[in-house]
Design a protein around this ligand. Structure first.
Ligand code: PMP
Ligand code: GLU
Length: 397
């Protein structure tokens, strides 16, 4: 008899990974699918990072590492936080794990107790809700629609805070919307957070460098937020290293200690070779980061111009990350033959099966009126995918 734990029975699978897998299966069957579902850079890892990894193998970096990661890597991250973000985090305040994903989950498990509320401005990345569920916390979705460029205001935040609020998860630049909070917008949130000193901020800054407004501002930079922010970041997006699985948290020492304790019983430190590669990424030339950022910006401009030509699609131009999140509810209720498009799930499936374009429905991100396309792919793929999507939309009556 199958007897899953209640914890696992309640957990939803990752919608982003599920859609990507479906698109890979169709490809393997010979269908010419364009995959705009999963968000990962299509670039190869830069050569100097690959060289450092090869060297690490030859130099026998093959033993267990310290649980929170090599000290040399944590020093490199500490220097990065100082250099790029004007933040002082000692290596003891940093824990490196198996991707930013593990570190978000670790931090939630470390600070959220049964019944604690976690405020999640939505639309939000699919995994936050599930991680909070794993910790037996309560998700408090705080909706910010397209009319407010998918960003919450201080007043909205204030209305969501209760005496059970433990944390807010703030992702900027945002997955799935591409929204970027300016310093002024963050200051408005800080104005409210100052009044509620128990509320922690988990600041997911994994898309920090994929930002088209010139500058990234971290909520941790406000002096009022000292000791209350846990930054999440890593090498996946900035250095095209998704498969290497290196991410980190930087926050108050008590959180880092707890996360390290959890990691010590659960996974130990991440791969030694990948850690040495990440060290080279942080210590080496940053030219690769700006080259990739520029390419993403060109693609953003391309996909935005093409989406504007699609009837029934409404967009807020994304300022960062590599996603567009059009509002598509005007198409709900329309038909193609016997196929009725009732919601965003139906639309994403229609684009996949009829247009061979994989996207992700907004439902899993907490916004059922939208759909997400990742444009971390070639201009050629973007043009062809949007041509197919437009054709699919034009066939709906
Ligand atoms: N946070 C956000 C918002 C993301 O989109 C991703 C990408 N999956 C992650 C965290 C995790 O990144 P990784 O585990 O590859 O470092
Ligand atoms: N962050 C990426 C996405 O949203 C990777 C997949 C995942 O881990 O969710 O597509």
């Amino acid at each position: 008899m199958e007897e899953l734990s209640a914890r696992l029975a309640a957990l939803s699978p990752s919608a982003t990974l599920a859609m990507s897998q479906k698109s890979q299966e169709l490809k393997a069957q010979g269908f010419d699918v364009i995959n705009l579902s999963v968000g990962e850079p299509d670039f190869n890892t830069p050569d100097h990072i690959k060289t450092a990894a090869k060297q690490a193998i030859d130099d026998n970096f093959s033993f267990y590492t310290a649980v929170p990661g090599y000290m040399s890597l944590r020093n490199a991250i500490s220097a990065k936080l100082k250099r790029e973000n004007h933040l002082n985090f000692t290596p003891q305040q940093i824990v490196v794990g198996n991707g930013a994903k593990q570190e978000v989950c670790n931090v939630i498990l470390a600070i959220v107790d049964k019944g604690d509320e976690v405020i999640i401005p939505t639309p939000a990345w699919v995994s936050y809700f599930e991680m909070v569920k794993l910790a037996e916390g309560v998700n408090v979705a705080l909706p910010a629609g397209i009319d407010q460029n998918f960003k919450i205001t201080g007043d909205q935040l204030e209305s969501a805070i209760t005496d059970k609020t433990k944390a807010i998860i703030l992702c900027s630049p945002s997955n799935p919307t591409g929204a970027v909070y300016s310093k002024e917008e963050l200051a408005d949130l800080v104005r409210v957070l100052k009044k509620h000193p128990r509320v922690m901020v988990i600041a997911d800054e994994i898309y920090e460098h994929i930002n088209y407004i010139g500058q990234h501002y971290s909520i941790a930079e406000f002096p009022e937020m000292e000791n209350r922010v846990v930054i999440i970041n890593g090498v996946s997006k900035a250095y095209a290293m998704t498969g290497w699985r290196i991410g980190y948290m930087a926050g108050p020492t008590w959180v880092a200690k707890a996360v390290s304790k959890l990691q010590g019983q659960y996974t130990s430190g991440p791969s030694s070779i990948a850690q040495k590669a990440a060290e080279a990424a942080y210590n080496g030339s940053q030219d690769c980061v700006s080259l990739m950022r520029q390419a993403f910006e060109d693609r953003r401009n391309l996909i935005v111009s093409l989406i504007k030509e699609i009837p029934g699609f409404q967009i807020s131009v994304p300022d960062g990350a590599f996603y567009v999140f059009p509002k598509v509810d005007q198409l709900f209720g329309k038909k193609y033959g016997d196929r009725v498009i009732n919601d965003a799930n139906d639309l994403a499936m229609y684009f996949l099966e009829e247009g061979l374009v994989a996207s992700v429905s907004g439902v899993a991100f907490g916004d059922p009126n939208c759909i997400r396309f990742s444009y971390a792919t070639s201009s050629e793929n973007i043009r062809e995918a949007m041509r197919r999507v437009k054709e699919c939309v034009e066939k709906l009556k």
